[in-house]
Design a protein around this ligand. Sequence first.
Ligand code: EPZ
Length: 445
Amino acid sequence: MSDANLNVYRIRGHRPLRGGIRAQAAKNAVTKQLVASLLTAEPCRLRDVPDITEIDVVLDMLTEIGATYDRRDDGSVDLATPRIASTAISERYSGVNRIPILLIAPLLHRAGMARVPVVGGCNIGERPIDFHVDLLRKMGAEIDEDDDGYTARADRLRGTVLALPYPSVGATENAIFAACLAEGTTVINNAAVEPEIVDTVLFLQKMGALIQIDTDRKIVIEGVEELHGAHHDPVRDRIEVASFAMASVATEGRLRIEGADQAAMITFLNILRKIGGGFEVDAGGITFFRAREALKPIHIETDVHPGFMTDWQQPMVTLLTQAHGVSVVHETVYEKRFGYTSTLNAMGANITLTNDCLGGKACRFTDRNFPHSAIVQGATALAGRQIEIPDLRAGFAYLLAALIADGETTIFGTRFIERGYVNVPERLASVGADIDVPSRQAAVA
Ligand code: EPZ
């Protein structure tokens, strides 16, 4: 088996997805809850932890710090960090994901110092961490930055009033972790209130934290002396649910997603309905299907919650290549999140990018020369070809393109997909997709 065969999916399009799948727990909640467990020396249990490489990476990082964990047969992870064995995260995690910067506050609380490497993650924009560093400094941490990472020290963090320049998910989580065990009260103005953050707040509340989510995206945290162990069933992954929902609509199938949560997806469901997708909500999930034969175009702007998620944008643009007319998508969260569209164009789509804010409002990227609006002219047939994934969410957009393309598509770089989605080829095949993974066949042979 050659290396070129690793990380490859082969898909033949035009098979409607029919049947049922179960939604996985949200990667972007579980990874943060693994970090939150460091705020206590007592054992914690997270149920139904998805078996994806991103979780493995975070568990490895925590092991370096002194955590031990047990992945149980029922999918839960038991973990505990009775003592901090090391306050430094090694440089092999440099640039890997967004987690190291979130480890500073727990390490300061537990050991008074922290050394973490520079953070990374998908290449979808500059992704600075200035808000994180500023808020930790405002709460009393001394932080030295160098080319390789950050060194932080604090005897005890102190509560303060913070105003985030933008409602950043990671910076809000960082401030919450810093504030839970800080001396006094912390107010986070202009906080992000994504369902994954609220879910982590629920876990922290079970651990003994005092966190109030007020109106106008204000979060108030009264520091407590200590937190204790807790069990938690993390929120389902609304990015995964929307991705499979769009695949169901695109292939004119009918897919029930067990665990899909309507409340977390109101904006998505409205947009899906407006373009001609259908859904039925039952007690345990949502069934998605095509309600109109010809999909309708739409204008969408991505935004922080409760707006249209930036992580729904890529498969939605792929779906909109099948709508009849001109759709406009204005990306206001990341400045560089349309890179994947050139490959869709190579498959037959007609997507034009512009630096202008094509929306009702100007965004942070106005006059900054970022191609952050897309004009999608549909409907266009897509043709299968060899394509390579640039990042996680673009990865599902390409899967979706392959599922509706004529002929066969070979997708390289599928390790990006496996970072965030559980067993995608197996689950897609179980609902009717014609997909195979050549490297796995070779391994079996
Ligand atoms: C989280 O990233 C998610 N990642 C992202 O999902 C998601 O797209 C994003 O939130 C928005 O919902 C994880 O939870 C691991 P941000 P995060 O801080 O926290 C700017 C996926 O595919 N900013 O809310 O890193 C930043 O550049 C990933 O699962 C600063 O300028 O996102 C961006 O433009 C991709 N300075 C905006 O804020 C800072 O210090 C929002 O970023 C921090 C952020």
